[in-house]
Structure formats: C-alpha cells, structure tokens
Write a protein that binds this ligand. Structure first.
Ligand code: ATP
Ligand code: MG
Length: 721
C-alpha cells in the first residue's frame, strides 16, 4: 500500500494523528470515532514512512480478542504478516519478557500461572496451616487485597498495616508470596509486577528493551492501572514516540484499580500533544444522541463532542419483560427475525452485566436451535478432572452416552488397550448400538476373553454399582460415589504438585456444586442428576458454536469494549443489576456503571434493543426489579417502547397480571388466575400467573408450603380444587 492510500479513508483529524512527526501523543475521543483505526494506521505509517522495523513496534491493548483483531487489522493494512511485532495484552507481553529472562526474574524455566481460582485455593490452604478462620477472613477477600496491592506495585515490606485487620491480610500476603516463590508460581498481578521489578533492577535489560522498542502504542489507555502505567513508562524511557489512545468516558475498570487520571499524568510526564477526534463512524445518529445524553449525567469528564453524518436509523427499542424467561424469548425472537431477513448471526450480540445472566439466554437460543458463542465464560466445567467425573455421572444416567464412555473407560487406567477399544467400536458401528451395549455383547458372546474381558467387565460392573448404591441418594452422594468408586479421586491424589492438588480440590468443589444445585424446575427433568448434567453441559458451553460457525456473540459489557456489531441487545437493564447493587454503596461507582452503559450502547451500529424484567430469578431467588435509572436518562425522542414501561413502584402480585393476561395463555393452562390447585409433590397452592403458549406454556403457582414456583404446564399435572 502506498502512502496516500494509507491516509485515504481517514478524516483530517485522523490524518493529523497518523502522519504526525515522531512525538508523544494522546488521541482522546469518544466511542466509534476511529481511535483504534488511527492506531493501526499509525503502525503502518511508522513502517512505511519512518522506515520503522516491525521488531521495533510494541502495541498493547486489553483483551486477547482485541489484540488478535489489532494484529489482523495491521496485516490487512500492510498486506504483509505482522510477525515480528509485539502486539498483545499487558499480561501477554509482560509474560513474554519474564519467560525470556526467567533466571534473572528468579523463576524456574517452566513457571506456572495461578488463575484466580488457584489463587483462592492456595490462600485457603495457607489459612488452614496458619490456623486462621476462613469464615472471618474470606480467602476471596484476601486474594483481592493481594492483587490490589500488587497492582499498586506494593510488596508486603512496602505496606504499613492500617489496623489489626489489615495486619492479618498482610500476614497472609507475606505467607502467600513465600509459598508462590518457593513453588515458582505467579498470579496475574505478579506477572506485571515481577516484570516491572526485573526491568527496574537490571539496567542492561532495560536498556535492551528501551532501544528495541522506540515505537510504543497503547489502545484503551483509560483503563491502565498504576503498575501498568509504571511499566509502560519504564520501557518508554526518555524516548519520545508513544501514542496512547483512549476515552475517559469508557473507563470501566476502576473496581480493579484502573486510574482515569493516568491520561492526565501522561500529558505531563510525557509532555504529549493531544489530538481530538469528533466524528463517529459507527452508530446511527439516534444511538449516538442517546449515548451522549446518558453520559452527560456524569460529572467528572474531560469533555468531548461526538457527531455523525450517519442516518437517523431506527429508534432504540426498550422492552419491559415479565421476567427473565420472557426477556430471553423476546431477544431470541428478534434474532430469528434478523436471521430470516438474510442477516448473519455473528452480526448480533447480546451483552449483559453479569456472567450468570447468560444461562437463561443460552437455553432460549438452544431451544430455537440458534448457535451462539460466549466470550470469557466460566471455565470450571471445562476442566479435565471435572469432565472425567461428569462423564462417569453421564454414563450412570445414560448408558448410550458414547462420548462419556470413551472418555472414562480407561481413566483411571484399567488395562483396556486400543485393540479392545477398537473391537468395541467396530461392534457398535456394525450393530448400530451404543458402545456400552457393544461392550456387553462382546463379553457375552465371548469375543472378548481373558484380561481384556475382565477389565471391561469390571468397568461395566462399576457403573452399575454406582447407580445401584446411589440412585435414591441425594445428588452429592451420587457424585461422591462416582468420583471415589471409579478411582478418579485416588488417581488425582497420586498426582504430584500444585496441579494434582488443584484437581483434587476441583473434584471436591464438584461435590459441593452438587449439594448446592437447585433444579431450575423439577418438572422438566427425569431426575436431579439429569437436571444437573444438562446444567453443566450448558455451563461448559457444549451448545456453543465451533470457531468457523456463524453464531450469535454473547459476552459481558466489560468484554465488549472496543468491539462493534450491527445489532445489539443489552439485557437485564434493571436497578440492582445495572447499575449494580454495590455501585450504590461506593462513591464513584455509579458513574463507572454509567460509563459501562455508554460502552454497551455505543457497540451498536444499526439497531439497539434494551430490555429489563419486572421479576428475575438469580442465584436461586426471585426478585422484583424496577427499570434502570439509565433508561430514564435516554431522551424520549430516541426511544420506542415495546410495552408500556413498568412503573417504578412494585405492582401487587394479584392484579398485576390480570391487566396483561392474554387469553391464549389461559387456554393453554386451563386454570384461572387465583384458582386453587393441587400438585402431587408441592401440595396446594394458588395460580398467580402464566406465560407462553403450547408446549412452552408455564404457570406460576404460590404453594402454601414450598413457596412460589414456575412450572411447565404440560408436566405439572395440576388438579383443580
Ligand atoms: P471504541 O471507543 O469503541 O474503541 P474507536 O474510537 O476505537 O471506538 P474504531 O473501532 O477505530 O473506533 O472505529 C469505529 C468504526 O468506524 C470502525 O468500523 C471503523 O472502521 C470506522 N471508521 C473509523 N474512521 C473512519 C473513517 N474515516 N471513514 C470511514 N469509517 C471509519
Ligand atoms: Mg477502539
């Protein structure tokens, strides 16, 4: 690409930034104004005009997804590979430096990273050893303390405890750090701090990196924390070519120590020029007007204006759902319409405040056979030992589960070799029967003999035994049986080191998860076990699309930063959810939540739907929620309400639904509101509400003894009284 092409497709302000002489620069601008585009073009400009080598470029951003995207945008612009460049996340790049100089950093060559779960487990073990009550000193809180201190570049020796409480935290921090150092382990915060200390204490190394990287670029700078800032400043040295781009209105990681004031600090520390971009290329003018109006409610802003030449577009649709199920169904319905109009699923994104919200949405998508992909989801149920244990349970629950059979027939090893396995597979294929029955048939007909037959037989007996002894026991007993009788626990106990210990603890956590598991609706599953298994399958994302498949994109608002989608849904925009409960309690947090809302809205290019539910069941509790205050901050003229907006006062349960009750719903259930009914298990109760039609129809009953439940009408077998 020649130079003029590099500047084509940029407006004047963007060109000023891309083609600026070598200098320290801040590009400050609102969402969708082309900051990331400027950064990418600047890299190309440096290479083509300033003759910078790819090896001299150091570009940092916040998420792996954003880093990947930046690399491919650079390659597209340059039309060559960006191989030699260092483009990555803060943690990724710091980790790279640590790996290259592990000895100087006092780490073993194969040092391991502790994720936040590992970290909490480690703290729990230390508390036990130190005889500290973990109820009084919750490991999670301690891990937050430690990370926060590391983010501030503070080692235990640098901290003076404020009171006895902090002294306790500090003692654990010290013990934790010793344990990590002895075992050669680093947590996330440690990666940056350790890298920072390494460079600071080794002038030769520091000089090497300072000379190697004369060109530094940072995207999403508004979310840097103290240690990240110090680290960048150290590597930049006295060199004068650092470009940072950011938007103070999109700072959303204050809760993790990000400092918006780093933008101002940069201006003084680096004596930098500021370039402002003001034209938005992403969203319709309606979406932009709404987002601008919302963020105007914040007081601490650096001040920016944002306009667009784009069309007015559709109004923002706001949907007041009855409950979270209704909300999910609404969203999925709109996505189907979108798909049927010839659009791609991947152009639609569902954004939510908390990870826990995704499950209901996933179920609704699965029910309609729509593929989805979750970014940054839960990982617990994807772990090796958990998948092993679940495979035993799956086989106990369903002998036809071939994937589970394959996974555990020889885990732990029972001397069942590849030859025996292929006999079983062949038989299954030839007879079109599940592997389980093939194995049984081979033994019965003596096609398997000797050691192989014994080994397979003992596996079959094992599964049957687990089922027999635990079938009537609570879920956690079934899990315990499966994990212990199968020998899984013993196998992982014998595994040495940190990983083995973590696996044992994960298995214990699985038993714990079983004991806490509440069936979302007992009517829908043959047994608690099948209910639990389908829950874990969803949790581990088995319904998720493959890499190449077209799929709806689902993620938290935090992970959506920097991205854009033609169609965006923001779900659960309710007081107590968004803004979150905690944001009422801490000063500054409400403004951060509003910035998060601004980030969410400005992801949308063409159409934005915002939904909230009147009642929502979350973490096992059903609660009434009023619409988020953020909805009131959006100008009426930008909005179309799909149902009458909910009153802020809580409606009475009895007459609340009569106004909105549809005749179809009544016909589907055959019960009147307020009618007394009898359920075989839950006893007597009163009908409160219903929703959906046909097989989807559900009925809400307030039972006298067991509280209010939603039941699938078709399975509930209610009798009129
Ligand atoms: P965010 O604050 O959300 O990270 P951003 O400021 O980084 O946004 P970009 O993602 O770089 O914005 O750009 C937003 C969209 O506008 C992209 O699709 C980009 O390709 C497009 N765009 C940016 N500048 C121009 C331009 N001059 N002409 C046409 N399209 C542009
Ligand atoms: Mg960007």
């Amino acid at each position: 690409m020649d130079v003029s092409e590099l500047l084509d497709g940029l407006n004047d302000k963007q060109r000023d930034a891309v083609a600026a002489p070598l200098q320290n620069m801040l590009v400050l601008a609102g969402a969708g104004s082309g900051k990331t585009r400027v950064l990418v073009h600047r890299i190309a400009w440096l290479m083509q005009v300033e003759n910078a080598s790819p090896y001299s470029i150091f570009a940092v951003t916040f998420t792996n997804k954003a880093a990947k995207e930046m690399r491919s945008r650079v390659e597209e612009t340059l039309k060559t590979s960006a191989g030699g460049m260092w483009i990555g996340t803060f943690h990724g790049l710091a980790h790279r430096i640590l790996r290259a100089h592990h000895r100087e950093a006092h780490l073993p060559e194969a040092f391991q990273i502790l994720d936040s779960d590992d970290q909490i487990r480690m703290i729990r073990r230390l508390l036990k050893a130190m005889n500290i009550d973990e109820k009084k000193w919750p490991p999670k809180q301690i891990s937050w303390y430690i990370s926060a201190k590391k983010d501030e570049a503070l080692r235990p020796k640098d901290i003076k405890a404020y009171d006895v409480n902090e002294q306790m935290f500090l003692n654990v921090y010290t013990a934790y750090q010793d344990a990590c150092d002895r075992a050669g382990l680093v947590d996330f915060a440690e990666i940056l701090l350790r890298c920072y200390e390494l460079l600071k204490n080794s002038p030769t190394l520091l000089r090497h990196y300072q000379q190697r990287f004369p060109h530094m670029l940072v995207d999403e700078f508004q979310d840097t924390n103290t240690i990240q800032y110090a680290w960048l400043k150290l590597i930049a040295g006295t060199g004068g070519n650092v470009m940072i781009v950011g938007d103070d209105d999109q700072s959303i990681y204050g809760w993790r120590g990000a400092k918006i004031e780093n933008i101002r600090r940069f201006l003084t520390d680096f004596d930098a020029q500021t370039i402002r971009l003001e034209q938005n290329y992403r969203s319709t003018s309606t979406i932009l007007t709404a987002a601008n109006a919302l963020i105007a409610n914040n007081s601490e802003r650096m001040g920016k204006s944002l306009w667009t030449e784009g069309s007015e577009g559709d109004p923002i649709s706001i949907y007041a759902a009855y409950n979270e199920l209704d909300e999910a169904r609404f969203i999925v319905g709109k996505i189907k319409t979108w798909l049927n109009a010839g659009n791609a699923l991947q152009d639609a994104a569902i954004l939510y405040r908390n990870n826990a919200q995704s499950r209901i949405l996933e179920e609704a998508l699965l029910q309609e056979g729509l593929k989805y992909r979750i970014y940054g989801g839960m990982r617990f149920f994807e772990r090796q030992e958990i998948k092993d244990a679940l495979s035993y349970l799956r086989l106990v629950s369903n002998r036809q589960d071939d994937a589970a059979f394959e996974r555990v027939i020889n885990t732990p090893t029972r001397g069942i070799g590849e030859r025996t396995l292929s006999l079983i597979r062949d038989c299954a294929r030839n007879e079109s029967i599940p592997l389980w029955y093939a194995a049984k048939a081979l033994i019965e007909h003596k096609h398997l003999t000797g050691r192989a037959a014994n080994a397979v037989n003992s596996f079959i007996e094992l599964i049957e035994k687990v089922e027999k002894v635990s079938i009537d026991l609570p879920l956690e007993e079934q899990a315990k049986q499966a994990i212990h009788t199968s020998g899984l626990m013993a196998m992982y106990q014998a595994e040495k080191g940190e990983k083995g210990q973590a696996r044992v603890e994960n298995l214990e956590e699985l038993i714990n998860a079983c004991s806490q598991f509440e069936l979302p609706n007992e009517e829908e599953f043959a047994s608690p076990l099948t209910g639990f298994l389908s829950y874990t399958a969803l949790e581990s994302g088995e319904g998720q699309a493959e890499e190449h498949e077209d799929a709806v994109q689902m993620m938290t608002l935090h992970s959506a930063k920097g991205l854009e989608f033609p169609l965006v849904f923001m779900a659960g925009v309710e007081e107590g959810m968004f803004p979150s409960q905690q944001s009422n309690e801490e000063s500054g947090r409400l403004e951060e939540e509003r910035r998060l809302c601004y980030v969410g809205m400005t992801r949308a290019m063409e159409k934005l739907y915002i939904s909230h539910a009147e009642t929502r069941r979350l973490y096992g509790q059903e609660k009434y929620h009023s619409p988020s205050r953020f909805l009131r901050e959006i100008p009426e003229a930008c909005v179309e309400e799909i149902r009458i907006r909910t009153q802020v006062t809580r409606p009475q349960a009895t007459n609340r639904f009569s106004a909105t009750m549809s005749h179809a719903a009544f016909e589907d259930t055959g019960f009147n509101l307020g009618q007394r009914v009898l359920h075989t298990k839950f006893g007597e109760g009163t009908v409160l509400n219903y929703e959906g039609t046909g097989a989807q129809s559900r009925i809400q009953v307030a039972f006298d003894d067991v509280g209010t439940k939603w039941l699938v009408t078709a399975y509930a077998r209610l009798q009129s009284l």
